[in-house]
Design a protein around this ligand. Sequence first.
Ligand code: S3P
Length: 491
Amino acid sequence: MSAGHFVITDSTCLLDGPASKVVLIGRSSDTEKPLNDNENMSPSAPHSATARTGGTLSGSARVPGDKSISHRVLILGAMAVGTTRAEGLLEGEDVMATAAALRRMGVGITRNGDGVWEIEGVGLGGLHAPDDILNLGNSGTTARLLCGVLAGHEFTAILTGDNSLRARPMGRVLAPLNEMGTQTAARDGDRMPLSFTGSSDLLPIEYFLPVPSAQVKSAVLLAGLHAPGQTSVVEVAPTRDHTERMLAHMGAAIEVADTATGRRITVTGQPELSPLDTQVPADPSSAAFPAVAAAIVAGSEVTLLSVGVNPARIGLFDTLTEMGADLTLENPREIGGEPVADLHIRASALKGVTVPAERAASMIDEYPVLATAAACAAGTTVFEGVGELRLKESNRLAAIEDGLTACGVTVRTEGDQMVIQGCGGPPRGGGKIAANLDHRIAMSFLVLGLATTEPVTVDDVRTVDTSFPNFIAAMTRLGANITSGTKDETS
Ligand code: S3P
C-alpha cells in the first residue's frame, strides 16, 4: 500500500540544554489517508537501508502513537454507541489494516488531520458481514482482536494476511472463542487463511491463559462483551492492560482481582459502551529504537516526548537502567487514561544483565533492540523465557542470532533462553540483515549499525511502516547516519 506523504518539521525548542531540536512526525495536507484493503496490498519493490557511525544523536522527538492503543481505539470505538474521537493515532500499516477491516464491515471511520480520527460506533453486534476476504496484512493484533469482536456476530468472515501473518498461530485465540460458541476452520497448524463464524448466543467462560498474551486476553474480553453474564480471563504474568483501561473508561463493568492462580480480569457482558474522546501516547515500543541508539552511540543525548509508561510496557527501560544506561523518566503525567513521561537518555557504558522470564511480557517486542544494546555491553546478557519470540512477525530468536552473528557477536539460543556475549563496546558490524517482513528486526539492526565499526545493511525496510512510519527520517533528524537505497544498489 502507499505509505502516504509524511513530513518532518522542526518546531521551536521545548527543552533546555543539549536537547534542542524537536522532531514532529506528521502528514502533509491531504486529509484522507488511504487505508489498507484487498486491492492496495501489492508490495512496492524491496528497499534496503544502511546504518553507519558518524552521527551522535541529539535533540527531542515524539515517536508515533502507541500501536496497541491505536488498534483498540478503532475496535472499541466501533463497538460503542456514538462517535469516538482520537488524537495521536498511529497511522502505520498495522493500524490502517484494522481501520480497513472495520470499514469493510460498515464502520464509518474518518481521518480529520494528522493522527486525528473519528469512529462512528455501530454498537455491540452491529457489524455487517464483509463482502470480501479481510486481508490484515502483517498485523497479528488486528487478527486476534478482530476474532474477539467477530465472535459476537453470526456471519462468516474469511481472514488472511501477508506471508508473515499467515505463518503465525491463531489456535491460541480460536480455542477459547470456540469454547464460547464460535465455529472456525483454519489451515493446518491453525494458521490463516481462516474462516470465522460468530454466534449471537455466546457462552461466557473463565479462561486461563496458557501463554501470557494481551492479544488473547483482549480477544476473550471482547467476545465476553457480547455474551450474557461474566467472562473472565486469568493471567499468570500481567500483560498490557490497555483493553481493560479503555473498557472501564467506556462504562463497561471490568473487575481486576489478584488471586492465588493469577490476575483475574472479569467483564460483564452486553453493556452499552460510551464513545471515547482520547489522545494516544507515544509508543514505548517505538521509543525503544532511538532510546537504545542514544544509549550505544557515544556522545548522544536524546529526549523522547510523551512516551507511554504503563507498568506493563516498561520492562525495556528497567532493563536498560540495570545495564547502566543513563535514563530518566521526566515530567510524569497522564494522557488518555495512560501514564506517560518524557524519556531522557544519554550514552553510557553498558554491562550485561540477566533479564528474568517474569519481565518478558512487559517488553516482549523490545528484545530485538535490547539485543543490540547487549551486543555493545561488557559481559554476558541472558534473556530468560523468551520462546514466544519464535512466534512473532518472524522467528525473532533466529533473526537476532543470525543478525548478531553476521555482525561479529557471539550469541547462542538454548531452549527458550538466549545468551549474548557483549563486546564491551561497539561490535564489528558489517552484516547484511534479512528483515523477513519483520519491522522490529529491520529497525533494531539499523540501530546497531549506528554504533558498529562497519556499516550494517538491512535488505528491506518497507516493513518499518508497520509500526513506525518515517523511522529513517525521524532517526536522521536526531543525527543518525542512515542511508537508503534499492536492494540492488547495496547487495
Ligand atoms: C500486543 C500484544 C503482544 C505484542 C504485540 C501487540 C497487543 O502480543 O507482541 O505487538 O497489542 O495486545 P502477544 O499478546 O501475542 O504477546
